[in-house]
Every structure is written in structure tokens, then in C-alpha cells.
Design a protein around this ligand. Structure first.
Ligand SMILES: CC(C)(COP(=O)(O)OP(=O)(O)OC[C@H]1O[C@@H](n2cnc3c(N)ncnc32)[C@H](O)[C@@H]1OP(=O)(O)O)[C@@H](O)C(=O)NCCC(=O)NCCS
Length: 181
């Protein structure tokens, strides 16, 4: 079971199906703010949709192909951080994340991303972690920058969310560049 206390007020725990109500409720409450950058928000219409997402994330976890964790702040569900499918051949993976609007501004996601990157390098035999952010998503861009990722390039109109095409900035960290904790 993946579970990590990052600091006294922040905990990461593997997402389980029993968390679906909390996940859906936060998405539903913050729909307007989340949909700006997250294309899947509009198709998340019921608690069952969140349960299906968690089931598929758990299947990936069970087969060693990914990990998706819930983030709790002071015991309240605050958001999600997780990988896309790990590319075992190339030993690389992309990380994604979101927080409820009221949980922003406390360093919760920067700390969560730091812990997840360490886990991926130390325990998942990953050599490269990517974080991709739409140009204009300044809060998201600040996270790989804070963690020392390198901006490797910008993919033109590689994302579509909120009815608009967005250029996508690709940040990456290599295992040999990551500070040993
Ligand atoms: C992207 C997202 C998770 C960033 O949230 P965030 O709260 O800005 O990020 P963090 O939790 O790391 O907090 C950083 C903020 O806390 C402040 N902070 C306070 N204590 C801190 C600490 N110990 N460490 C780092 N930052 C700290 C930082 O100064 C920063 O605030 P600022 O933006 O006013 O400068 C959030 O905006 C979000 O979910 N957006 C919608 C979904 C999304 O865009 N996902 C990413 C798609 S690529």
C-alpha cells in the first residue's frame, strides 16, 4: 500500500474506490475552475465516473504500470496526483495533478510532486519524469520549475481544453539530476 505523510498536514494515499464520493464531490464543487486546464472534467458527471477512474488507476497500480494517489490536507481530501502509464521500454513517465481551488497556495502539490518523483526514481525504475503544462497555466508551470525540472520544449497546440487549443510546455527531470534525499 502506497501511503506517505509528507508533512504534519499533508498525506498521500493510494486512491481506492471508497474515495470516489470525495473525489467526485471536489471535482463537482470546483468544476468551473478545474475545467479550464483539465479536459476530462466535463465528462466526469457522476460518482460512478470517479469510481471508474479509480478502478482503472488501481488496475495500472496492480500491474506496476502506474500510480495514482489522493492528497489529503488536514484530513480533508484535497486533490489527486498520478502518473500516466509508465513506459517500461523507455523507463519514462508523465506526471499529472490537480488540487481543489481552496487548497491552493500552501505548497501542497509541490511537496506531493517531490514525493512522487522520488518514489518513481527510487522504486519504479523510472529514469525520466515529464510534467506537461499548457502555456498560460502559470500555477502548474511553477511546480516543475520549483522542483528544478528542465523545460525541454513547447509542443504546438498539443492540448485541447475548455474549447481551446493550447501549446504544451514539456518539463523533464532525469534520475541522475534528482537530489538524493
Ligand atoms: C496546478 C495546481 C495543482 C497548483 O496549485 P498550487 O497551490 O499553486 O501549487 P502548490 O500546492 O505547490 O502551492 C504553491 C503555492 O503555495 C505557496 N507556498 C506556500 N508554502 C509553500 C511551500 N512550502 N512550498 C512551495 N510553495 C509554497 C507558493 O508560493 C505558491 O503560491 P503562489 O502561486 O501564490 O506563489 C492547481 O492550481 C490546480 O489544481 N490547477 C487546476 C488543475 C491543473 O491545472 N492541473 C495541472 C495540469 S498540467
Amino acid at each position: 500500500m502506497f501511503c506517505a505523510m509528507l508533512r504534519p498536514d499533508v498525506e498521500l494515499r493510494l486512491l481506492e474506490e471508497r474515495h470516489a464520493a470525495a473525489v467526485f464531490s471536489l471535482i463537482d464543487q470546483d468544476r468551473a475552475y478545474l475545467r479550464q486546464w483539465l479536459p476530462w472534467v466535463d465528462s466526469t458527471e457522476t460518482e460512478d465516473d470517479s469510481a471508474a477512474f479509480i478502478r482503472s488507476a488501481l488496475e495500472q497500480f496492480a500491474s506496476g504500470e502506474g500510480i495514482t494517489a489522493g492528497v489529503w490536507h488536514e484530513r480533508r481530501f484535497a486533490g489527486v496526483i498520478g502518473t500516466h502509464r509508465i513506459n517500461r521500454l523507455y523507463r519514462k513517465v508523465e506526471l499529472g495533478y490537480w488540487l481543489g481551488e481552496s487548497f491552493q497556495g500552501n505548497g501542497i502539490m509541490t511537496d506531493s510532486a517531490r514525493a512522487m518523483v522520488t518514489h518513481l526514481f527510487d522504486e519504479r525504475a523510472v529514469n525520466r519524469v515529464e510534467i506537461c503544462c499548457a502555456v498560460g497555466n502559470h500555477k502548474s508551470i511553477a511546480i516543475p520549475r520549483r522542483l528544478g525540472f528542465t523545460l525541454e520544449g513547447t509542443l504546438r497546440e498539443a492540448e485541447f481544453s475548455s474549447g481551446q487549443h493550447h501549446d504544451l510546455m514539456v518539463f523533464a527531470m532525469l534520475r541522475r539530476e534528482w537530489p538524493v534525499s
